[in-house]
Design a binder for this molecule. Sequence first.
Ligand code: FBP
Length: 551
Amino acid sequence: MTHSPLQTARYKYEPKLPEVLKGNIQKIGINPQGSTHSESDQKELEKLFPRTYGAPFIETVSLQEGTQSVSINIGVVLSGGQAPGGHNVISGLFDAMKKANPESRLIGFMGGPSGILENKIVDLDSEIIDQFRNTGGFDIIGSGRTKLESIEQFDICEDVCKLHDISSLIIVGGDDSNTNGAVLAEYFKQKNSGISVIGVPKTIDGDLKSKYIEVSFGFDTATKTYSELIGNIEKDANSAKKYWHFIKLMGRSASHICLECALQTHPNIALISEEIEHTHKSLTDIVMDMVSIIVKRSELGSNYGIVLIPEGLIEFIPEMKELITELNTLLAEHEEHFGSLHSFEDQSRWINRELSRDSSYIFSSLPNNIQRQLLMDRDPHGNVQVSRIETEKLLIQMVSSRLDEMKSEGKFKGTFSPQDHFFGYEGRCAFPSNFDADYCYSLGYNSYILAASGITGYISSIRNTAKPVKEWTAGGVPVTMMMNLEQRHGKMKPVIKKAMVDLEGNPFNEFLSKRNIWAIKSSYVFPGAIQYFGPSEVCNATSITLQLEGE
Ligand code: FBP
């Protein structure tokens, strides 16, 4: 296989470990901090997790010299969407295991959680691991979105783990996978199976975080990659001075990616879904706000600009949220009938009859392509797949027609030439930034320490991450501490609470204090490509969100 010069150079990169993880690994101290509780629904969660709820928070681990640890087998699975750094989680885990006892075995489950159910395994040895160190992607073992949630599946997991003598399962995933991991941990404990479950916080979306999980891995690299592209487009817009670029950015629900990219690049407009929901802005309000900025810039001679749109926006606009909820329910309850309607015309006629009056009105007023996208296949949770809805095109269509009206009324004299973009997959498998390379390696290394110390139902937690790596701390957070009850498919379910953009938090406030200036002036910032070598302030910089949250 041919490697690029960067890939060859990155193989040699030695991820930095925090001081606390540098010692001998034979004797592990986990310093439990007393019992914990979830932020809400404590009584219900305690009932649902009688054996794992309330487990102590582990502030720091400590490593000392001792007699050689016994050899163990650990299973690892990558779950959900790709995020830069997954390979380093696995290499950190591998290195820690081998350092503790070279006889220990790391078993990778192929293709995500279905790999456990189907017993598809690969023995991860140094020859395999060395081909993937510091590279992006999840291709070392692949990933998938199969959900582990039924008792039958849990029993298969137990059988498969026992078959390979696996004493710990490391689940690298987002909020859903870690929620299911916690349920599995409880089940294993109830059955006295002797298998522990440890999670690692992954998702470029940045919404798996709390006081104790400062950032999910992949967010840093993905946002730096998108910011580079946005900066390049800003330079182009500022040179050609003729296009308005509407850029949609991945992030299933929360707007952390959009906010971070806005802080990095200073666009003219950046929509934050959480604010739109909070202020009850309708689609028309959003369009009118955008039009007013476009007209103002045009009056100043600038018929160009940059708009950032979070992928999840559509579900935060109150009337669209209502419409989508009704559509999700209708399509779930009448799946068979809906499937029997073959033409789009028949489908939309039936949908319009079944929807409430308000939603039917909204649905009919949407452009045809958006209506089709709203009726497309659902994801495994029964939700519309927002990444496939072209919100950027919808906004362009609506802004264009309002500007046309204004033009005919003599209220707009400029030009409006839009370009649309969607950045998502461009960033999910990039070479991890130094931050993500170090962070992921430490998360993986620490996951071994948690697993080897016999605890279960925890997420690996590396903190103090706005500081230099040597000052980072390593501990463990009981997953139940991050849970609450939410309605799913009509039932109350225990889930990890998604962290949305905090409208009182420093990152949003920083954006708020600057956005009116960015709207009118062209104050673009050009972050450039991620740098892997060079001055520390360039190649080891953390995200602005992390810096501001750390203040
Ligand atoms: P995870 O939460 O599983 O990490 O995935 C995040 C994400 O990248 C979202 O930003 C996006 O909406 C989704 O995955 C797209 O997933 P897919 O490519 O499977 O449709």
